[in-house]
Design a protein around this ligand. Structure first.
Ligand code: ARG
Ligand code: ZN
Length: 873
């Protein structure tokens, strides 16, 4: 893990492996600190590799015990075994069996990569390079093997023994021990290996596939938590059905298992037949989970399940192709959620997230292409760019070639590459074929980083009844990419007249609603335009670009009220509000534009028609959104004040109407996490938040009542947030009672930590430091760390970016501490500084100093030094 010389890995250097492994037989005997792993590998020279090459197996922090080749000990000079690798200098140039025994101690594994202990079990996380922490191996995704796993453990300590595939044998052993043997018939790369052994309870169900096969479903959790699995199980069954219907994909093993663990670096992991989840994305009950938690559970259960085809059956040739499985699988889970809930609402939520995470990444020093060409540490590339922009690229592909050709391309991809480890080129070739077009320029979406800017200028000519729309694209320079080529950008658009969308002709034909901009700039002349229209551009956010237009506020109001595209209705309100906040930031003394407030008032009259959409419309642009819009010399305090000014103006003018709306939407029966119920709660709470901007006592009293009387976590948590973030006297007693009520429930206590970390006042840093000493906090648990420290650094712009630099120094100190235990987690925290260069000079200087301090720290992990190095470059 510690390495002074960081050798970057380059896509251009890819070579096929010199050896292949056809079968892996793992014998894992759990025995505390002396856990024994015997790996038996059927190795053969790869006809596509270099003949006679040494066999170099990866290893990381392993203790070597012995090796055998075809059952005999090799001479000492023929091999080298170290903690970080095993080399056979002259391996047989024919198939042979290599047996290696190692020892390890799962309990001392604080990195949570490889085999490690969590509350009630021993489990694994192998992606990306954790398998080499279990045994020596060709730990790369293009080496596919059939795995058989025998696990042996103390029966009382670990009554449940799980691994990939189907269980083929189990039994008792002397000395209170027992064993199980699992066999996974599908060849897979080592990153998809998993095993779990522990004292777990489970709920079971069954799914019958489209072709009538019965699949047993199991969700394993800490004993006592079985009652919180129902929603995850339901989401799993809906995912399985959806993948059959939407993509023709059936499940392929007899059993599908999910294990929820409380120590996990990421969200979840798609190991073949045995998904391991952060328990945050499995466990839910109305009393403990918010609507957002439910939606996340649904999406992540689906995401990991969908990986079975996009990731597992067809995997990545190398880690540069990570978006092949991640971008595509995010696209699939987003489509699933859209079909299960509201497509328009889901799109807005996804775009909001894309802009706040990915656009920010793309605009700073950590920008990288969807398919990077170089990395120092692959774990640092599980990013918003690979995942979320990767999904946008797939969505654009679909928009460009059409639904039918897209589906045919997916079918072809599954048919042609099942069982293989492939590249983005292989994937795109399928769509070039079914779409009947050259996708050479499209490949730039994978190679060029940075968010393209599309500038639109339009002109209506009353005489010729034409509308000339010029679209021009530019792509800003990004690290390593000073100049860019024009991309192919699908722009969905329409022209909106007095009574809605105008029928249009383009180049003599009825316009189908989408153009593909391929040149630096191009002018489109729409015909038959009888009135001055307002252009509605980038409908549905048809490309991950920054749209720059010349719409005036009256035009935005037209779109807000009349656009047929719900995304652009929402966008118009957001753009208007953004403009107002920007004005308030620059000229704090000017009053807020009453026309916008009036429009919101009118909108409220009708808000009940689509509560979820209305809630999003009433959610003001975030401080981060505004910071991104400003781009340089950012002063988070001024942004906070500007945003509060708009909130206050709306609250003062509309509190009566907002509170009435909230009343009208109240209590429609017992809590249900479905989209309709969630939408109503979201709207009620958005209204409450805005009304609270008025500062009126009766509104605050209503929030306090909601906190006390709520029958579900969504409403209770919303009220707690409003009270806490408003820094009112009612906040402390609410925090106190929340803690007392949920003190034994770590996932709920995370919400308590998080809301305190986000209080936008100067006492918060001290509060966060104090909470680090609270019994509820643990620096070793990623969920706790993200809830407290992550929320402070990434979710509290004014306090993290304190002008005195204390926030940055705090982050640096915590990162150093965590880096010694869990480098992946530490590196994630540092990325809170990814936009440091856009801060105003005083804060920028402090942030830079904190980064430089980190860079100089001795024995930094590769993970953190990579992020720090790139942030400073
Ligand atoms: N493949 C997992 C997913 O579904 C993410 C695992 C990433 N883990 C890591 N240590 N980098 O997105
Ligand atoms: Zn994934």
């Amino acid at each position: 893990m510690r390495s002074d010389i960081v050798r970057p890995v380059r896509l251009a250097d890819y070579r096929p492996p010199d050896y292949l492994v056809d079968t892996v037989h793992l014998d894992i005997a759990l025995d505390g600190a002396a856990t024994r792993v015997v790996a038996t590998l059927a190795v053969r020279p790869n006809p596509k590799g270099r003949s006679g090459a040494a066999l170099e197996l990866d290893g990381d922090a392993l203790t070597f015990v012995r090796a055998e080749i075809d059952g005999a000990a090799p001479a000492p000079e023929t091999y080298a075994a170290a903690s970080d690798g095993f080399t056979l200098h002259r391996p047989p140039q024919r198939p042979f069996v290599l047996t290696i025994e190692t020892r390890l101690d799962p309990a001392s594994n604080t990195q949570l990569m490889g085999l490690y202990r969590t509350a009630s079990c021993t489990c694994t996380q192998c992606e990306a390079e954790g398998f080499r922490r279990i045994t020596y191996f060709l730990d790369r995704p293009d080496v596919l093997a059939v795995y058989t796993t025998r696990i042996e453990a103390d029966k009382a300590e670990a009554p449940v023994l799980l691994a990939n595939g189907n269980r083929i044998e189990a039994g008792d052993l002397p000395g209170g021990r027992h064993y199980a043997v699992w066999h996974d018939p599908f060849p897979k790369p080592s990153y998809l290996f998993a095993m779990v052994a522990g004292d777990l309870a489970h709920v079971a169900d069954e799914f019958v596939t489209a072709s009538g096969r019965r699949v047993r479903l199991e969700i394993h959790v800490e004993p006592g938590k079985e009652g919180r699995c129902a929603y995850a199980m339901d989401a799993l069954k809906r995912s399985m059905r959806w993948d059959e219907e939407a993509f023709g994909r059936e499940y392929d093993l007899d059993v599908f298992m999910i294990v929820a663990v409380s120590d996990f670096n990421m969200g979840a992991m798609e190991n073949k037949g045995l998904n391991v989840f952060n328990d945050k994305y499995v466990l839910a009950s109305p009393e403990t989970a918010t609507d957002l938690d439910y939606a996340n559970i649904e999406a992540i259960i689906a995401h990991e399940y969908f990986h079975n085809w996009t990731g597992n059956r067809i995997t990545c040739r190398d880690w540069f192709q990570l978006c092949l499985k991640e971008g595509l699988t995010v696209f699939r889970d987003q489509e699933f959620s859209s079909d299960q809930r509201s497509r328009a609402v889901k799109r807005i939520i996804d775009v909001r997230n894309l802009r706040s995470q990915q656009f920010a990444e793309d605009a700073g020093p950590l920008a990288h292409p969807v398919r990077p060409e170089l990395y120092n540490e692959i774990n640092n590339f599980y990013t918003a760019t690979v995942y979320e922009k990767g999904a946008e690229v797939v969505r654009m592909l679909k928009a460009l070639i059409g639904d039918a050709a897209f589906r045919a391309g997916m079918d072809l991809y599954f048919r042609r590459h099942d069982g293989e480890a492939v590249t983005i080129e292989d994937f795109i070739a399928c769509f070039a074929e079914t779409g009947g077009r050259d996708l050479g320029q499209f490949m730039l979406w994978y190679r060029q980083s940075g968010t393209p800017e599309v500038k639109a200028t339009g002109q209506w000519d009353a005489k010729t009844r034409t509308y000339r729309l010029e679209l021009a694209q530019t792509i800003p320079p990004t690290p390593g990419q000073p100049s860019k080529e024009p991309m192919v950008i699908p722009v969905r658009l329409g022209l909106v007249g007095a009574s809605g969308d105008l029928p249009l002709r383009l180049a003599g034909r009825p316009f189908d609603g989408i153009v593909a901009l391929t040149e630096p700039s191009r002018t489109y002349v729409f015909e038959g335009v009888r009135e001055r229209p307002v252009p509605s551009l980038l409908r549905g956010f048809s490309a991950p670009v920054k749209l720059v237009h010349e719409l005036e506020e009256a035009d935005l109001l037209t779109l807000f009220e009349r656009d047929s595209d719900p995304f652009n209705r929402w966008q118009a309100a957001q753009s208007y509000a953004t403009g107002l906040i920007l004005r308030a930031v620059r000229k704090p003394d000017l009053p807020i534009d009453a026309r916008f407030v009036a429009a919101i008032g009118t909108f409220l009259d009708d808000a009940r028609r689509d509560p979820a959409f209305a809630a999003l419309t009433l959610t003001l642009p975030s401080e981060t959104d505004i910071a991104r819009e400003i781009g340089v010399n950012v002063d988070p305090d001024a942004i906070f004040a500007g945003r509060q000014a708009l909130r206050g103006a709306i609250g003062r003018a509309l509190h009566g109407q907002l509170m009435r709306l909230r009343e009208e939407l109240a209590g429609a029966g017992p809590y249900s996490p479905d989209a309709a119920g969630a939408g109503r709660r979201a709207l009620r709470n958005a209204a409450l938040y805005l009304a609270c901007g008025s500062g009126r006592a009766e509104v605050l009293a209503a929030v306090a009542r909601q906190f006390a009387a709520a029958d579900n976590m969504t409403d209770r948590h919303a009220a707690l947030s409003i009270l806490t973030l408003s820094d009112v006297p009612e906040a402390e007693p609410a925090l106190q009672s929340f803690y007392e009520r949920y003190r034994d429930d770590p996932l709920v206590i995370d919400k308590w930590l998080m809301v305190q970390a986000q209080i936008p006042t100067t006492g918060t840093l001290d509060r966060v430091k104090r909470l680090m000493g609270h019994p509820a906090f643990s620096i070793g648990n990623p969920n706790r760390v993200r809830a407290l420290i992550g929320a402070f650094c990434s979710g509290n712009p004014t306090q993290f970016n304190r002008a005195d630099g204390e926030g940055f120094r705090f982050l640096a100190a915590v990162v150093l501490d965590i880096d010694g235990k869990n480098p992946q987690l530490a590196a994630r925290l540092v990325s809170a500084l990814r936009s440091w260069r856009s801060l105003e000079p005083v804060r920028r200087e402090h942030a830079g100093a904190a980064l430089r301090g980190l860079a100089e720290a001795p024995s930094l992990s590769r993970d953190v030094s990579d992020i720090v190095g790139r942030a400073l470059a």
